[in-house]
Design a binder for this molecule. Structure first.
Ligand SMILES: C[S@@+](CC[C@H](N)C(=O)[O-])C[C@H]1O[C@@H](n2cnc3c(N)ncnc32)[C@H](O)[C@@H]1O
Length: 520
């Protein structure tokens, strides 16, 4: 825990202090800088709370922010740095209507408009536009969530909510709804006494502003040329021509995975792994991703007929969560979420300049390597295939070379058919020897470059193809692997190989129970 909550009686903080003294376990030896491997999902929120920056929760209903300090004094609580407020500021109440058939008129009176939502927490948006969320006790033990729609219908699961949004032609997206009773859509984390505060490090480039606080010392926010799209630098031929993509012609928001050509690419890529059963449900589930898919996700793209409500467009959406950059005690800057995040939620991508092997060596030697992230999708794919395959390379593909200027290079099809002894060499051959690229976000990047490492992370990484099907250039995307409570630091597993750089030792300060004590 970076910053304790100052509550002497706080069980979370005192348990973390005990954990600090735990002895080291075996060091983690993994090849690459990020892990696509299927991780055990952290189900226990209690466990999560002890292993990350969790804050003491004070729920003060209907209390304007200014009054909270008074409340704290009255209760004789030492003033904490953190508060989590529940502000039930619901603008429109559902209308009670007689039994009816839902249609457009059920929701259009709420005047939902995406542009009005930038300052709202994503999961609170429906509550501002006519929906109500109820939590009920089932048999006194289990809790269940029900949404009351603007026309008074009660909905208890995500499938029915999707149907409702479709029938009423709502412009809301399904990721604005969540049926997990551990999630509080109105929970909001506030850092009360910053030494330094900045409104928005993206300077308006992100849909949501990203504040920056320093409660440790007087250091100003880090200097960064904030960008929201990756940039290929000289000598990197990132071909974004639409001829290199194939798309779908779905008109059902790509709900039927069996009919969506893009969804089928994701399913086919995975089923090219021998001995793996074809999983017709693979990919996003109502825009959430619960485990990493090492063979990649192929999202709908510019050439598709579907629109932005499509269920297979997730990492291409703009930032929808409230994130905050904050100064940590020992890890430099880090990122926390200001609202509760459900499991499987897309957070953001890792954005920076794309460098080739030559540039990356130069960059690493001269300016350090802490913001370099390898685009190693092909390596990961190879690891999976090589585990199973000792087959001969089909002669018809033996001499296939990727053509940078023609649409004939359907890399995915080629990869799917590929059964060869030396996978890596052949891929290299296919791409004319250029298959290794790295993202560098030292000088230009987005909020993703500030996520710190944890030996017990709450995020996982997924390679997603959006603007090209060139397998060397996936988007590196972060998803939550458990429920993340407001105020928690967002972390992922860098999976560095400890000892891989002789003479270089970097201590790990993630302070999770599972901490291996070393980053490198
Ligand atoms: C990609 S940057 C993360 C953002 C960085 N903290 C900053 O201030 O810009 C990676 C660097 O952060 C630091 N870092 C990240 N996780 C850490 C951890 N668990 N323990 C110690 N240092 C960490 C290390 O210096 C590492 O090289």
């Amino acid at each position: 825990m970076e910053e304790s909550c100052n509550f002497k009686f706080c069980k979370i903080c005192s348990s973390t202090v005990k954990q600090k003294n735990k002895s080291n376990t075996q060091l983690h030896l993994l090849k690459s800088k990020h892990s696509d491997s299927n991780k055990t999902i952290l189900k226990s929120i209690a466990k999560d709370e002890t292993s990350h920056n969790i804050v003491k929760r004070i729920k003060i209903k209907n209390t304007p922010i200014g009054d909270i300090t008074k409340f704290i004094k009255k209760k004789k609580i030492r003033c904490p740095k953190f508060l989590i407020l529940n502000l039930p500021k619901i603008i429109l109440e559902p209308k009670t209507r007689n039994i009816h058939k839902c249609n457009y008129s059920c929701v259009n009176w709420t005047n939902y408009n995406l542009n009005k939502t930038a300052s709202m927490c994503m999961l609170a948006i429906p509550l501002y536009f006519g929906f109500k969320r109820h939590i009920t006790n089932v048999n006194g033990v289990q809790k269940s969530v029900t949404y009351e729609t603007p026309c008074g219908v009660h909905i208890q699961n995500i499938e029915d909510m999707m149907r409702y949004l479709m029938i009423t032609k709502s412009k809301m997206t399904i990721d604005q709804f969540d049926f997990d009773s551990d999630i509080d859509p109105l929970a909001k984390f506030r850092f009360l006494k910053p030494i330094m505060f900045l409104d928005d490090i993206s300077e308006g480039l992100e849909f949501k502003s990203i504040s920056c606080v320093n409660g440790i010392n007087g250091e100003q926010s880090p200097k960064l040329n904030y960008i929201t799209n990756r940039q290929a630098i000289t000598d990197v031929n990132l071909n974004l021509d639409t001829d290199f993509l194939c798309g779908c012609d779905c008109s059902d928001n790509c709900q039927d995975k069996s009919k969506c050509a893009c969804w089928q690419l994701t399913i086919e890529a995975q089923s090219s792994i021998p001995n793996s059963d074809k999983n017709e449900h693979l990919g996003y589930e109502y825009r959430r991703l619960y485990t990493a898919i090492p063979t990649g996700i192929f999202e709908c793209n510019k050439t598709c007929k579907c629109n932005r409500l499509c269920l297979n467009r997730v990492v291409q959406q703009s930032l929808c969560l409230d994130l905050q950059l904050f100064k940590t005690k020992k890890k430099g800057w880090g990122v926390r979420c200001l609202n509760d995040i459900p499991r499987g939620t897309f957070i953001c991508c890792y954005i920076g300049n794309i460098l080739n092997e030559t540039n990356v060596d130069e960059q690493g030697i001269n300016y350090g390597d802490e913001y370099l992230l390898d685009l190693d999708f092909i390596d990961k794919f190879k690891d999976h295939k090589e585990d199973y395959e000792e087959y001969a390379f089909p002669s018809c593909l033996n001499n296939t070379i990727y053509d940078e200027n023609s649409a004939s290079g359907n890399a995915l099809q080629w990869l799917g058919n590929l059964k060869l002894k030396n996978f890596k060499d052949s891929i290299c051959n296919y791409y004319n020897g250029n298959s290794e690229y790295t993202i560098d976000s030292k000088y230009s990047g987005n909020i993703g470059r500030f996520f710190n490492h944890s030996c017990n992370p709450n995020l996982f990484v997924q390679s997603v193809f959006v603007d090209t099907h060139d397998l060397r250039f996936p988007w590196i995307s972060f998803f939550s692997q458990c429920v993340i409570k407001a105020g928690t630091e967002l972390t992922w597993d860098y999976a560095y190989e400890v000892g891989s750089l002789p003479g270089k030792k970097v201590a790990c300060y993630c302070e999770s129970v599972e901490c291996k004590q070393r980053l490198l």
